[in-house]
Every structure is written in C-alpha cells, then in structure tokens.
Write a protein that binds this ligand. Sequence first.
Ligand code: ITT
Length: 200
Amino acid sequence: MTAHVRKLLFATNNAHKLAEVQAVLGPDFELTTPRDCGVTEEIPETCDTLEGNAAQKAHYLHDRIGMDCFADDTGLEVAALGGAPGVHSARYATEGHDFAANNRLLLRNLEGVADRRARFRTVIALLLNGQEYRFEGIVEGHIIDHEIGHEGFGYDPLFIPDGFDKTFAQMTAAEKNAVSHRGRAVRKLADFLLKTASLL
Ligand code: ITT
C-alpha cells in the first residue's frame, strides 16, 4: 500500500467532471486543474473524434505547463440520430455550453422517434513520461421524453442507464459513478496508474 498521495493534473474546466473523477479516484489521488496552474483560457477541442479531442486537450495543457496530465472527452451517442450529438455534445444547440438548450434540441430531434437507444462514451487520454495512453468507458441506456432529476449535469436528466428506472440526474454521485461512462474509464485509469506508473 502506498503512503503518499499522487498528484494528477486533469485538463478540464468542467467542475462537475472534476468532482466525479475525484470521487472515483478517492483519497490516494489529488487532482489539480488548469486554473490551479494559471491556465484560465478555454482549452481547444477542435477534432472530430472523442479520441482526438481528449488527446488534444491533454497535449495542449502539457505544452503549456510541462506536466504529466490527462483529459476526458465525452459524447452522448444516440442511435436514431446516427451517433449525434457525439463529439459535438457540448455545442449541440449553441456555441456555449448551454445544457438546457442542448436538452431541448435533443428532445425536439427525437420527437415521434420510437428508437430511444443511446450511450455515453468517455475517452481519457493520459500523458505520462512522454507516452500517451487511452482509456474508454461506455454506458448503454435510453433517452426519455422529458427531463427528470436535478443531480449531475448535461444530458443526465434525459438518460436512463440500462438496468435502472431512474435518470442519472436522479442518482447520487456515487450511484452514477458506479455505472457511468466516466466512472468506468476513470477506474481503468486508476488501475493503470496504481499498477504500472510511479508518479511522485
Ligand atoms: P472539458 O472539455 O473542459 O472537460 P466539457 O463540458 O466541454 O468540459 P466534454 O467536451 O467532455 O466536456 O463533454 C461534452 C458535453 O457532453 C458536456 O458539455 C455535456 O453536455 C455532455 N456530458 C459530458 N459528460 C456528461 C455526463 O456525465 N452526463 C451528462 N452529460 C455529459
């Protein structure tokens, strides 16, 4: 068992994500953010895949700060919409990160659509000692026809994971993390770091 806390730089500006990832990693890890390191601008994500964006965010921060770090890019992939909004999930309805407008647009685009299958997919890119590593987490579920719940963020009030009868927005953080895309990807990251890496 390790006695010291591993410090990890997480390339995100999303406070919800930060809290979720810190909760999954637990007290053996202490997350720091771009803001903690004086990086306040929006980190670019201009690629057309989750893999590309996760790597782009991690490399951007590494170039700015010179520290090992990781980034997560997540998309909601709706079957009847050909995988949209996917990599465009943050800016589906507007250029800003407007969760309410995104949810309204999603419901409009699914009006009268019987096939409600959807999944969240998270890709994490880790830069460690000059090497890049990727970790993926997926949760399958479906989109309901109106928002329910106030926990979580983003599309959570519209998404019911398979095997449940409530949305992510009706779950505690621990319940969501136990089955979510991000929880799954972050547990792979933590296993990797604990088994193979020696971060100081
Ligand atoms: P960073 O890039 O700063 O990490 P972001 O909010 O831009 O934060 P993403 O690009 O990874 O994060 O996520 C795109 C969008 O997908 C996000 O704005 C939400 O609308 C949605 N999203 C991501 N994770 C989600 C989750 O766990 N539950 C519900 N919606 C989520």
